[in-house]
Write a protein that binds this ligand. Structure first.
Ligand code: URA
Length: 220
């Protein structure tokens, strides 16, 4: 079996009570006790397996994706992400920061490098590593995959590891495009976090330029 077929045979989504990361399990248990109506579980990918584009974020935000159960939904970062996806026809409908807003992704799927919410939005290195098999399986099961957008350095590194590549040969840089396989290009962007957008590290124009490049790549 090829490395990709081998990864595809593994689960692309963790179990609801995934036990891999003790710190994240303890945080999840605390959140379940404090906010029982919230999702409080590994947040599954959003979008079709058959999509050509995969967007990889960092991890669910506590009161956003961890509460709603859909990546970036209810998180500050979701405002710019979903607005940009609608603008570039990778999503249709209205993004209303809730999983029942009817928004549909078109030829796109969104997941996170770490599927469980980490305390203070900061996953530890061993947690990123423990979750990488799920990202590898997600990538492997996407038979039509032609573009990955990594939001931030951690997502970039996780994608590179999941693809079985060397990080030293594939450095992160905003706006960079890495041809990682014959039919697959990895696009890097700064994360669309509140900090990056408020400080001007990432402007909406810079973010749009990344998706314009993806769109051009997919129309070739
Ligand atoms: N919400 C997510 O689901 N992922 C991120 O990276 C940030 C917010």
């Amino acid at each position: 079996m090829s490395a990709r077929a081998d990864a595809a045979a593994k689960a692309a989504e963790p179990a609801r009570d995934c036990p891999f990361c003790p710190r994240l399990v303890a945080f999840r248990e605390r959140n379940r006790a404090q906010a029982p109506a919230w999702f409080n579980a590994p947040v599954p990918g959003f979008g079709e397996r058959a999509a050509r584009l995969l967007i990889v974020g960092l991890a669910p935000g506590l009161k956003g994706a961890n509460r709603t159960g859909r990546p970036f939904t209810g998180d500050f970062a979701g405002d710019l992400l979903y607005q940009t996806l609608i603008e570039f026809d990778f999503a249709r409908g209205e993004y209303a920061a809730r999983p029942d807003d009817g928004l549909r992704l078109l030829d796109a799927r969104i997941t996170n490098a770490v599927r469980c919410v980490p305390p203070e939005n900061k996953p530890a290195t061993d947690e990123i590593r423990a979750c990488n098999g799920f990202l590898a399986a997600t990538i492997a099961e996407m038979q039509c995959l032609a573009a990955i957008v990594a939001l931030g350095r951690i997502a970039h590194d996780a994608a590179v590891v999941a693809l079985g590549l060397k990080r030293a040969h594939t450095p992160f840089a905003h706006g960079a495009m890495h041809r990682v396989a014959q039919r697959l290009t990895l696009f890097d962007s700064y994360h669309c976090s509140r900090y990056n957008t408020n400080t001007g590290v990432l402007t909406p124009e810079m973010f749009r330029a990344v998706f314009a490049a993806v769109k051009a790549h997919l129309s070739n």
